[in-house]
Write a protein that binds this ligand. Structure first.
Ligand SMILES: Cc1cc2nc3c(=O)[nH]c(=O)nc-3n(C[C@H](O)[C@H](O)[C@H](O)COP(=O)(O)OP(=O)(O)OC[C@H]3O[C@@H](n4cnc5c(N)ncnc54)[C@H](O)[C@@H]3O)c2cc1C
Length: 388
């Protein structure tokens, strides 16, 4: 793997021997138990939920959760290492969504809610999605229109969501809905358990995407969906926006780390390919253009990895400011798209063929600049701080 091609990184405190061992275990498991099925999952358009139970039993699903919940007792760095290893083998980021949702429950759930949901999230009995985006709003989340109306001991949810990862393969959804007035203060998060069994909950199309074919992304409709009032996350209405916004730094790293992995994978594949592809009585790797291009890409890989490693350390130390996380998200994912595109060029026509991993990396990369906050929104947030 490319790690060996790149100059050694500074070892941060989080990169312990225990973490190296954990990484090696995750890598072995993915190689043996998951990668062989990836083509099937891509063709069918989703990873079956059953896959996550043995993954959880290995301690890889929520390794950062405490042992009192059945988790691995690790840190957020453990989850980020899992994401890294998944991306190095081209697996999509579905468990990142699961981790985000699980942290909402852990951080904002009442003791009863945590007791009800966290063990199932850790064991993989629940596999989670988060439904924020709507057909009419994505970046401008505070204008969402899905409504949750309190009726006695229940909320009645009506509305539609768009682009929801894990909606089909998962069975546990956190829904952002309007319980109050217009604007961010009127938004709450509500939990829908065993989604597929609920009257009033309907999955629309599984959307056909440019890339990330193994990851399911769906439209979701709520038509008088009734959930118990105690499924309101926390105890007070109107906290949803604040709850969603509070973990932004970690969530951004869940996308920046796979960007670093994809860049390294692209460089590695391209070094191998150009070494063996003959042209004009030499190999592609003999041309100065190839060598310079890959030297540039390897430099970017090194800088991206250094940046994300540093961000992980700061996340664990509690010193990662939101702006640094926004920078990591937009910059690393933009570099991912650039490097993968440069590498694909060196494959010539073969680079355009889906059977070549570089073509898939190209298609998979594009959404990284869009979901989890677009590049433009990240820049806007950074600029707000600059001009505050
Ligand atoms: C594969 C995939 C998976 C996804 N998974 C989920 C999920 O699990 N849950 C979920 O809730 N959502 C999910 N999303 C939705 C994703 O988060 C949104 O697509 C994203 O936030 C952008 O929203 P939008 O698509 O409505 O674009 P818009 O908000 O309409 O933006 C369109 C363009 O306008 C730009 N723009 C918007 N506002 C501004 C501004 N103020 N200044 C400058 N430029 C601006 C944007 O940067 C973008 O380039 C997913 C999307 C995809 C494609």
């Amino acid at each position: 793997m490319t790690h060996e091609l790149l100059p050694q990184q500074h070892r941060h405190a989080w990169m312990t021997q225990e973490m190296d061992d954990f990484r090696a275990q995750v890598r072995r498991y993915i190689t043996r138990e998951m990668s062989p099925h990836l083509d099937t999952w891509r063709r069918q358009g989703f990873i079956p939920r059953e896959v996550w139970k043995p993954f959880a039993q290995m301690g890889f699903l929520l390794p950062e959760f405490g042992e009192e919940w059945g988790g691995g007792g690790g840190t957020l760095a453990h989850q980020l290492v899992v994401q890294d290893e998944m991306a190095l083998q081209e697996l999509p980021e579905n468990i990142g969504v699961h981790s985000i949702v699980s942290h909402y429950i852990l951080d904002y759930g009442t003791p009863e809610q945590k007791a009800r949901w966290v063990p199932g999230l850790v064991s993989g009995d629940f596999f989670a999605s988060i439904a924020l985006t709507e057909p009419g709003c994505g970046s401008d989340l505070k204008s969402l229109r899905t409504r949750a109306q309190r009726e006695g001991d229940e909320y009645v949810i009506n509305g539609a969501k768009m682009f929801i990862t894990n909606a089909f393969s998962g069975n546990f959804m956190v829904v952002a809905a309007r319980t109050g007035e217009a604007g961010s203060g009127g938004v709450s998060l509500l939990v829908v358990e065993n989604t597929h069994d609920q009257p009033g909950f309907r999955i629309g199309r599984r959307l056909e995407k440019l890339g990330q074919h193994a990851s399911d992304t769906c439209e979701v409709f709520f038509d008088n969906l009734r959930v118990p009032a105690h499924n309101l996350l926390g105890t007070v209405e109107g906290q949803g926006f604040r709850q969603v916004m509070s973990q932004l730094a970690y969530e951004r790293l869940l996308l920046a780390v796979p960007a670093a992995a994809a860049i390294e994978l692209a460089v590695s594949l391209t070094v191998d390919y150009t070494r063996q592809r003959p042209a004009f009585g030499q190999h592609l790797s003999d041309f100065q253009n190839t060598r310079f291009k890959l030297a540039e890409c390897a430099t970017i890989a090194h800088v991206v990895r250094g940046f994300v490693n540093d961000c992980i350390q700061r996340l664990l130390d509690g010193t990662l400011d939101d702006e640094a996380a926004y920078m990591a998200k937009w910059w690393c994912t933009e570099q991912q798209c650039k490097v993968v595109d440069d590498c694909l060029q060196l494959f010539g026509g073969y680079g355009y063929m889906s059977e070549y991993p570089i073509a898939r990396l190209y298609a998979d990369a594009r959404v990284q600049r869009i979901y989890g906050g677009t590049t433009e929104i990240m820049k806007d947030l950074i600029a707000r701080r600059l001009f505050a």
